[in-house]
Write a protein that binds this ligand. Structure first.
Ligand code: HEM
Ligand code: SF4
Ligand code: SF4
Length: 688
């Protein structure tokens, strides 16, 4: 089941990735840099955010005007910064979703990788509230909706005794203090947590790609800039608690779940969110990945050179003081819970050489079930029956070698866990021992190595830029490197291999498969039109779901009535005067004239319009001792027009009738928001 989902996801990813490969080339394809691209967009958000903060007024009265000033008066700079801030935030969600999708479908989230996966989930819980609080600060109509719905969500948690949502129902209730808290959360609190959490997220990865290549950064920034100039971000009219706009342009990237609150109670939405997050968290163990045997160290053959530690992509190796008394200063040790059995460290060990024949081929570090000795045996076996004068030995990694169409009497294949599991000396050995006339290394395209750095290390080792290097005596014309997308072969792998075979006897010539005369690799050229088109589409994708489809929060021709007040019910038992005898029994410092049991009655409220009961509930007292106020908060839609409204409340636990009531004839207009409150001084209800 999981395999089928992943396979389908891979196919869905393959097409755009191939298309973008054609435009950008493998190395500069943004789909191969999704994590770092997300970080880059967050940088744009941070820098543009600093500019906005300079001009932002942290108050109910000033917030909207200060953002309007930036947008209108300072459109050329402040307006652009505001648009960059908004659109880069949306772009970050687009790349983030693709990042999660890619890690999942290519199965890069299980085994030791669970750590990056699980630590990604809190990032979601930071980045989404960052967007939500950002929309809140603009204090336009969308902000009011966000404030109301967010507070309704928070009210469902057993944190606050009073209703937070009540603060946003009328102009009188709005407070600057709340605004300051929100600004602090958005500008300082959440960003600090986010940076720290991204650091933890990539903590276990060696050399994480934090920054995308420069050309991708330029493309990403330009696309956001052009978008900001062509379609500047605007506010949606100043927030007015007395009005409810019929529809809003909702940013679906950040506010996707908000409309659910029109249908479900907040508690259900919380269960959904928390449940979904927990499901993502346990995904690496649904089912657990097959655990392969991790690398073993053979201290007799380890000279402590540290190359394996340098090359391990998952921080699974470290150096420790020598424990066997040999002359070397250090030895390598393995953290088996971090090792993914990729074998990249084996390919980096200078002692993993097939030329060793006098002693057993036991390198300093090796995979027990796919050892170097086993690779040597398989090469010998696979090549022994090759025929002709253009015999090819193809080494391929598990990820990229799916087709066997090219295997024939002239071509043998040896599969490896990762291309970088192959020590370069194997190429030298196969050619110098005349086991083959040419060697092909077939790995995953740049940035798509299943083990992150395998393709990069292989390229550098064969290019003689990284130890262990391919020996100089190897004729580079006899080595070809073919890179392809993971899990799928080039349709032309067979033809590429056949073409390489032709070069063994003829002058080298393979179209579209070379970078240098020495190392041949599939390479797409950079195509500016395709690149511009791709970034253009990306910009459209970043903005389209911030304006479409519009969210209709109120049916046409309706208004809203909110019941909102806090009121303490009467005490369940009256205070009783203590007798002298009772007082004498108490310690002197605890003596008080009367005993007042703390528990209060629930507050029962009934609200009806035109004789139809719309709300009838009993609100229990808050507080641990049931001695606090009861809070009423309820929003309801009513058709506009004249209505006979009635509200009754009892706080004495009486069975029939009401202790307080209010009645009025009210004409509700389209989109009007009427608040029903209880005036404690006058002991009456107010409709406003
Ligand atoms: C603000 C949000 C995020 C950012 C900026 C981010 C960034 C990154 C970066 C830079 C890497 C290292 C890539 C590399 O060098 O190979 C990475 C790896 C990873 N990320 Fe994220 N990430 C985010 C959220 C998430 C989320 C929500 C998940 C999944 C729930 C996730 C899953 C992973 C996994 C599994 C890896 C490890 C890949 C590997 O071991 O090859 N990330 N992320
Ligand atoms: S097998 Fe891979 S993950 Fe394990 S130690 Fe070697 S390089 Fe690191
Ligand atoms: S690369 Fe080989 S020799 Fe060098 S430290 Fe690692 S195991 Fe030892």
């Amino acid at each position: 089941m999981l395999k089928t989902i992943q396979k389908t996801g891979q196919l869905a990813f393959e097409l755009p990735q191939k298309w973008l490969d054609r435009a950008f080339g493998n190395a500069l394809n943004p789909l191969r840099h999704l994590g770092s691209l997300t970080i880059f967009f967050l940088w744009i958000v941070l820098i543009s955010g600093i500019w906005i903060t300079i001009f932002f007024h942290t108050s109910v009265v000033g917030a909207f005007e200060s953002v309007e000033y930036l947008t209108v008066e300072q459109w050329y700079l402040g307006g652009v910064m505001r648009s960059l801030h908004r659109y880069a935030s949306d772009a970050a969600i687009v790349t983030l979703v693709l990042h999660i999708f890619k890690e999942f479908v290519f199965d890069r989230y299980r085994n030791a990788r669970w750590f990056s996966w699980v630590t990604g989930v809190p990032l979601l819980w930071m980045i989404i509230p960052l967007g939500i609080t950002g929309y809140w600060l603009v204090w336009d109509q969308l902000a009011l909706y966000v404030a109301l719905v967010s507070s309704e969500m928070l009210d469902a948690l057993p944190i606050f005794t009073d209703s937070m949502a009540r603060n946003f129902l009328s102009v009188e209730a709005l407070s600057d203090r709340f605004f300051t808290l929100m600004a602090f959360t958005h500008i300082i609190g959440l960003p600090i947590f986010l940076v720290f959490s991204i650091w933890i997220h990539v903590f276990r990865i060696t050399r994480p790609k934090i920054n995308p290549p420069r050309k991708i950064m330029v493309g990403a920034l330009l696309s956001m800039l052009v978008l900001s100039l062509v379609y500047p971000a605007l506010s949606q009219g100043k927030a007015d608690p007395a009005l409810v706009p019929e529809s809003l342009a909702l940013d679906w990237y950040y506010l996707l779940i908000y409309p659910l609150l029109n249908y479900w109670p907040p508690a259900t939405v919380w269960v959904l969110l928390v449940g979904f997050s927990l499901l993502i968290c346990i995904a690496p163990w649904l089912p657990p990945a097959r655990k392969t045997e991790v690398v073993r160290i053979d201290l007799d053959n380890c000279n402590g050179c540290e190359r394996c530690v340098e090359d391990c992509p998952f921080s699974a190796l470290e150096m420790a003081p020598r424990s066997d008394g040999k002359k070397y200063a250090s030895e390598v040790i393995v953290s088996s819970n971090l090792c993914l059995s990729c074998g990249i460290c084996v390919g980096s060990c200078p002692t993993a050489t097939p030329f060793r024949t006098r002693s057993a081929l036991s390198p300093g570090i090796d995979l027990p079930d796919r050892s170097v000795a086993d690779i040597r045996n398989r090469v010998t076996e696979a090549t022994q029956n090759l025929e002709g004068s253009r015999r090819l030995l193809v080494f391929g990694c598990e990820g990229s070698l799916k087709s066997k169409a090219f295997i024939n009497a002239e071509t043998a294949v040896v599969k490896l866990t990762c291309m970088a599991q192959l020590p370069p000396s194997f190429v030298d050995w196969a050619l110098s021992r005349d086991l083959a006339d040419g060697v092909v290394l077939k790995g995953c395209a740049h940035g798509d190595c299943q083990y992150r750095l395998g393709a990069t290390w292989t390229r550098q080792r064969m290019d003689r830029e990284r130890d262990p290097q391919l020996r100089k005596r190897v004729d580079a014309e006899k080595l070809a490197l073919l890179w392809s997308e993971p899990w799928c072969d080039f349709p032309d792998t067979t033809s590429a291999i056949a073409a390489f075979r032709d070069t063994l006897n003829a002058p080298y010539k393979i179209s579209d498969h070379e970078t240098s005369a020495r190392v041949k690799t599939r390479k797409h050229t950079f195509r500016p039109v395709g690149v511009a088109l791709a970034w253009g589409l990306f910009a459209v994708a970043s903005v389209v779901f911030t304006i479409w489809p519009r969210f209709s929060q109120l049916a046409e021709g309706n208004g809203i009535i909110s019941l909102t007040f806090s009121h303490a019910g009467q005490r369940v038992e009256e205070c009783r005067k203590l007798t002298q005898e009772e007082l004498n029994k108490l310690p002197p410092n605890m003596r008080k004239p009367s005993d007042c049991p703390r528990e209060r009655h629930s507050v029962d409220v009934l609200f009806s319009a035109d004789g139809k009961v719309l709300f009838d509930q009993s609100m229990p007292p808050s507080g641990f001792w049931s001695d606090g106020e009861s809070t009423v908060y309820y929003r309801m839609e009513l058709p506009s027009g004249s209505h006979e409204l009635f509200i009754g409340m009892s706080d004495s636990g009486r069975e029939d009738g009401f202790d307080y009531s209010g009645q009025t004839e009210f004409t509700l207009t389209d989109g009007q928001h009427v608040v029903v409150e209880f005036d404690h001084l006058q002991q009456t209800f107010i409709f406003r």
